[in-house]
Design a protein around this ligand. Structure first.
Ligand code: HEC
Ligand code: HEC
Length: 416
């Protein structure tokens, strides 16, 4: 008895520690509004891929096949070693595991995932491209990425019989290269060309982007444990759906759609609103804080390959996003909300890979630091350690193998 009394303070201490580690028991049912929110996050609620009127071959199988060849082909680079797939690797949910991307040289941004991205009206962290085909053209010519140029790429299409065949099946004839000035420096070559010839080159270049976009439309997320759970909740509202999610994961979901407010921006079946927000992420080391979307929308409007440009297949009335995009000071320091699908496979995180782990991402949101530019839209959350752990556990339920057939996830055999 005496001994037991002596133990009491220790027991109280242990109970205190336990209280820090364990949260309140889960209620048996989600509320009606929670059921609706959880259902809205399931892949079951994902609408069909929206059409891209600016890309006439967006849903053509031939174009996707040509796009796959281009996507994995390092010959599309100045040093013969860089392909889209070097940075957007299928095994890492189409990212590269690096803080800053490395092509011909080290870049200034972190490589985002391509999963489910074709639903987005904007591309790049700052949204400076308004279609997936216009985006695909930029890395091909960026000196630090592929470092190639239009004419060299066109020559590859003309010289390689497999490419010529695929190209013709999708777009018709390639421009007659022999007629196009192709000797001397880039400047001399350009001067030697008529406007009509330049237009032909640019159009064939744009077509490469359109094929690459058609390929990327195949990269859709697969159903994860969370989706099965969410569909069960939509049916009967119970928090317990067999063994689909653990009680920590379920509590984490409750925080995600509740106290932690993640769903304000990471919403819908792809866990993103594809909109731009300032979340107070630190500047990339050695760089000024990024202006983000504030510049991005200007650049998108100036891009000759945008929806309203001469290489777009859209009518002006189709280009609603570009014509009516928001453009105000709120966008200073704002970046595009990324998907959280397969998030456990895409570390490090944020536009400059500034945050190494999901634990630190959750800590970042919990603290909501003051933004270096303009203001942080997220507010401090006051999550207890156990809640932070639960939120992180929930994020891990969103990983699953892609829904795409395996041929789309592998390099073709170029020697065939
Ligand atoms: C050197 C590495 C590298 C290569 C090569 C590369 N990318 Fe990227 N990609 C990136 C980085 C980094 C970003 C983000 C850049 C930014 O937002 O400023 C990006 C962004 C993108 C985006 C926009 C993502 C989003 O969330 O909006 C798409 C789509 C994309 N790349 C596709 C491609 C395709 C197609 C190719 C081949 C033609 C390619 N990339 C080649 C690193 C690379
Ligand atoms: C105000 C909108 C907003 C809210 C609220 C928000 N996010 Fe984000 N999230 C973003 C944006 C924007 C980025 C990219 C920021 C950047 O790179 O500068 C991002 C990035 C992330 C990333 C990194 C993704 C990647 O691929 O790099 C994770 C993980 C994440 N958020 C999880 C969460 C969680 C968990 C919550 C809730 C605690 C949350 N977010 C709340 C907008 C938001």
């Amino acid at each position: 008895m005496k001994r037991a009394l002596w133990l009491l303070p220790l027991l109280a201490l242990a109970a205190g520690v336990a209280w820090q580690q364990v949260s309140a028991p889960l209620p048996e049912y989600w509320s009606d509004s929670e059921v609706a929110l959880i259902g809205s996050l399931s892949l079951t609620a994902l609408p069909p891929l929206p059409a891209d009127p600016s890309n006439a071959v967006a849903d053509s199988e031939e174009a996707a096949r040509l796009g796959r060849w281009l996507y994995f082909d390092p010959r599309l680079s100045a040093n013969g070693r860089v392909a889209c797939a070097s940075c957007h690797q299928p095994a890492l949910a189409f990212t590269d595991g690096l803080a800053l991307a490395v092509g011909i040289d080290v870049g200034t941004r972190h490589t985002p995932s391509l999963i489910g991205l074709s639903y987005s009206p904007w591309y790049y962290w700052d949204g400076r491209k308004d279609s997936q085909w216009a985006q695909a053209l930029a890395p091909l010519e960026a000196p630090i990425e592929h470092g190639s140029d239009r004419l060299s790429l066109l020559r590859l299409l003309v010289d390689d019989s497999h490419y010529s065949r695929l190209y013709r099946a999708t777009f018709g004839d390639l421009p007659p290269l022999a007629d196009i000035a192709s000797e001397g420096t880039a400047a001399v070559r350009e001067r030697g060309r008529t406007a009509a010839q330049q237009h032909q080159i640019d159009a064939a270049f744009a077509n490469m982007g359109k094929a690459l976009a058609a390929y990327q439309r195949k990269l859709q997320p697969g159903r994860s444990r969370f989706d099965d759970y969410a569909d069960g909740v939509a049916r009967d509202g119970r928090t317990g759906q067999g063994e689909l999610l653990s009680s920590d994961e379920i509590a984490g979901l409750g925080l995600f759609i509740g106290k932690a407010q993640c769903i304000n921006c990471h919403n819908g079946p792809l866990f993103t609103n594809f909109d731009f927000h300032n979340t107070g992420v630190l500047a990339v080391s050695g760089q000024l804080p990024a202006i983000g979307r504030y510049d991005g929308i200007r650049l998108a409007r100036e891009d000759p390959f945008n929806c309203l440009g001469p290489f777009s297949d859209a009518r002006e009335s189709d280009c609603v996003e570009l014509r009516f995009a928001r453009d105000d000071n709120q966008l200073v320091g704002a970046h595009k909300t990324p998907t959280l699908r397969n998030i456990t496979e895409t570390a490090p995180y944020m536009h400059g890979g500034q945050i190494a782990t999901l634990t630190e991402v959750v800590r970042h949101y919990n603290e909501a630091p003051v933004s270096m530019l303009s203001h942080n839209e997220a507010k401090p959350l006051n999550l207890r350690p156990v809640e932070r752990r639960q939120l992180e556990a929930f994020l891990a339920t969103l990983s699953a193998p892609l829904a795409a057939e395996s041929e789309w996830l592998e390099a073709p055999n170029y020697a065939e």
